[in-house]
Ligand binder design. Structure first.
Ligand code: SF4
Ligand code: SF4
Length: 287
């Protein structure tokens, strides 16, 4: 049986996406987990995974100069549109943080001093948690190719879930609508989008809904801290109704939730009824 992949997303950070992901995992009991928020992973804080294996994540190729072959002719510097090369003591030096991997410098170099080499951008991990296997990662500061890393994590989580006969994968997606967020939802079975009652969150929700529609991903919305602004919560429901997006849950504000998180506890009992309701609705929508 192919596992079904549910990705928890949010138009903006700080809406409660990771809290909901952890509570869903705890509620379902046995799932495969994937933290696709590779730029700022924090699911591990609540799930406390034990790392089984770590793997190097290699991003795109970047330019590397062999100083013994460099004659200091400056051609590479003149050709680099990204200002990634400097001349230091008569030898060209590439700043890989700014190199876009276009290979123009390697093409123009008269002495073949420049080669394109894969660059390590971070580490990804296979771990175990109390609720099942987990794939997660950490990009190096300024690390590139986060969309590619998200794809790797999702594939690994699918392989593990299939091998171990786990029916559901719960993925903590990156916030926003940029490349990693798109990479986290394309081809998934369902996305639960967590929002909160503010006009900026509503605006971000609309953008995310457009992306989900563009990639034919079914979406359901959870309004977190819904009672903090009943008027804006009503507006969110109205907009979702217009766009045919189901509201699958509303979670009222409770001081017990941030208190549990500050103690590194999953706040499942603090919102058990709401989580049960969300799970029921997601299963209905997944068929
Ligand atoms: S083009 Fe080649 S030889 Fe010329 S400065 Fe650059 S690396 Fe050195
Ligand atoms: S590969 Fe392209 S971006 Fe990178 S240093 Fe060479 S010319 Fe510049």
């Amino acid at each position: 049986m192919r596992p079904k992949e549910i990705v928890v997303t949010s138009g903006k950070g700080g809406t409660g996406k990771t809290t909901l992901t952890s509570a869903l995992a705890a509620s379902l009991g046995k799932v495969a987990l994937c933290d696709a928020d590779v730029d700022a992973p924090d699911l591990y804080i609540l799930l406390n995974p034990s790392i089984k294996t770590d793997y190097a994540f290699w991003g795109m190729d970047t330019a590397q100069v062999d100083p013994s072959k460099c004659i200091g002719c400056n051609r590479c510097i003149e050709s680099c549109r990204f200002n990634s090369i400097s001349m230091i003591n008569g030898k060209a030096v590439v700043d890989t943080h700014f190199c876009e991997g276009c290979a123009t410098c390697a093409y123009v170099c008269p002495t073949s001093a420049i080669s394109m080499v894969p660059t390590r951008q971070g580490t990804y991990y296979e771990s175990t948690t109390d609720f099942g296997p987990m794939w997660h990662a950490q990009l190096f500061p300024g690390g590139e190719n986060s969309g590619k890393l998200v794809q790797i994590l999702r594939e690994k989580a699918k392989e593990t879930a299939s091998k171990e006969g786990i029916p559901y994968i719960i993925t903590d997606g990156p916030p926003g609508v940029a490349c990693p967020a798109i990479s986290s939802i394309t081809g998934c079975n369902f996305t639960i989008t967590v929002t909160e009652p503010s006009m900026s969150a509503l605006s971000d929700l609309k953008r995310l809904a457009q992306v989900a529609r563009r990639f034919s991903v079914p979406m359901g919305v959870v309004i977190n801290k819904a009672d903090l602004s009943p008027n804006i919560s009503a507006k969110i429901k109205e907009e979702c109704f217009k766009d045919n997006i189901p509201i699958i849950g509303e979670i009222p504000f409770s001081e017990d939730i941030p208190r549990a998180i500050s103690e590194r506890k999953i706040p499942l009992k603090e919102m058990k009824a709401e989580i049960d309701n969300i799970v029921k609705k997601v299963f209905e929508l997944l068929g």
